[in-house]
Ligand binder design. Structure first.
Ligand code: CP
Length: 324
C-alpha cells in the first residue's frame, strides 16, 4: 500500500480486516517493522480518537511519532497555487509538505471539509497537495469527503460482533441512519461508511441500507447501489446494526435543513430491530442524537468501535511499512 486515502488504496479488504483483528490479538508482533521509522500526524482539526489511536498503533509497530496542529503549533498553510501570499497564511504547502516529508517516513493528515464550496471540498485539495509534495506515503486521518480509518474500524467491529454473537446472521442488515444536530457537519464519515459497506455488500458480507430525511441525499458516487429508504421505521425493521451519524446537506451544500428530533435514536427505535447493535464513530451529543439508554445499554458498540481504531490504524501502517 503506497497511500491510504480511500478504499481504492486497499487491494484485499478481507485481509486488511483480518490484519486489524490479528493486531488486536497480538499488538507487538510487528515491533521491528517500524523501528527507526517516523510518522508525522498533522491536524488541521480537533481529534480525540484518531490522534491517540494512530499514535498508539504507530508505537505498537515500533515507530517514532511527531504531532503538529496546523495554525497553532505551525504557520498557517497556503494550499492554492500561484497566489500572492499577502494574507494570513505564512507558509506554502509546497515547502511545508516537502519539509515534513524529509522528517517523516509516513504522514497522516486530518483536514475536514470547510462546507462553503462543495467543488473545492470534494476536490480534496489538502490531501492531494500533501500527496503531491511530501514524496512519502500519506494516511487519511479524515479528509473533506472520507474517513477510511474509521470505516475500517467499523468493518472490524461488525466482523467481531458477527463472530461473537449467534444472534447476528452471516449477512447482517446494516442501516446507516441520519441523526439530528443543530450544527452543519461534514459528510465524510457517512460517505466513507457507504463506500466501505457497499464493498462489503458486493462481497455478500452485509446487506446495506441508508435512511435519512429528504434533502440529505449523499453524493451518488458514495451511495452507489445502496437502497435509500426515507421511511425510518421501515429501514430499522429487522436491522442487525444501526449506524448513526449526522451530516449536512450535500445538495444544498453544508446546510442544516431540519433538526427533527424524531430522528434521534431511542430504545423504541432499537426495539424495532433484530436485537440490533448501535454504532457511532464518536464524539456523540447525548440525547440530542442518541438517548442515554441506547448508548449505555448492552446494544451499544461505540466504545469497542473506538477501541478498534487502534487496530485499523495498525493494519494500515503495517501495510505501508512493508513497502518502505
Ligand atoms: N471518530 C473520530 O474520528 O474521532 P475523533 O474526531 O475524536 O478523532
Amino acid at each position: 500500500m503506497k497511500n491510504f486515502l480511500s478504499l481504492a488504496d486497499v487491494t484485499d479488504l478481507d485481509a486488511l480486516i483480518q490484519s486489524g483483528r490479528d493486531a488486536k490479538a497480538s499488538p507487538f508482533a510487528d515491533q521491528q517493522l517500524g523501528k527507526n521509522k517516523t510518522i508525522g500526524l498533522i491536524f488541521f482539526n480537533s481529534s480525540l480518537r484518531t490522534r491517540l489511536s494512530t499514535q498508539k498503533a504507530a508505537q505498537n509497530l515500533g515507530m517514532n511519532v511527531m504531532m503538529m496542529n496546523v495554525g497553532q503549533d505551525s504557520w498557517g498553510l497556503e494550499m492554492e497555487e500561484g497566489v500572492l501570499m499577502n494574507g494570513d497564511k505564512a507558509e506554502h504547502i509546497r515547502e511545508a509538505a516537502a519539509v515534513i516529508g524529509r522528517y517523516c517516513d509516513i504522514i497522516g493528515i486530518r483536514a475536514f471539509a470547510e462546507l462553503n464550496d462543495r467543488e473545492k471540498d470534494y476536490r480534496e485539495q489538502v490531501m492531494n497537495q500533501f500527496a503531491k509534495y511530501a514524496r512519502v506515503p500519506i494516511v487519511n486521518l479524515e479528509s473533506a469527503t472520507r474517513h477510511p480509518l474509521q470505516s475500517l474500524a467499523d468493518c472490524i467491529t461488525i466482523e467481531e460482533a458477527k463472530a461473537t454473537s449467534s444472534l447476528i446472521p452471516a449477512r447482517p442488515k446494516v442501516v446507516l441512519t441520519w441523526l439530528p444536530h443543530f450544527k452543519p457537519l461534514p459528510q465524510a464519515v457517512a460517505n466513507s461508511f457507504c463506500e466501505w459497506m457497499n464493498a462489503r455488500a458486493r462481497s455478500g458480507d452485509v446487506e446495506f441500507v441508508v435512511t435519512h430525511p429528504e434533502g440529505y441525499e449523499l453524493a451518488p458516487e458514495f451511495v452507489g447501489d445502496a437502497p435509500v429508504i426515507y421511511n425510518r421505521a421501515e429501514a430499522f425493521a429487522g436491522a442487525d446494526f444501526i449506524y448513526g451519524k449526522n451530516w449536512s446537506s450535500y445538495a444544498q451544500y453544508g446546510q442544516v435543513l431540519t433538526q427533527d428530533p424524531s430522528w434521534a435514536v431511542t430504545m423504541d427505535d432499537m426495539n424495532r430491530t433484530n436485537s440490533g447493535k448501535f454504532m457511532h464513530c464518536l464524539p456523540v451529543r447525548r440525547n440530542l442524537k442518541v438517548s442515554d439508554a441506547v448508548l449505555d445499554g448492552p446494544q451499544s458498540l461505540v466504545i469497542e468501535q473506538a477501541a478498534n481504531r487502534e487496530w485499523s490504524a495498525q493494519a494500515v501502517l503495517k501495510e505501508i511499512l512493508k513497502t518502505l
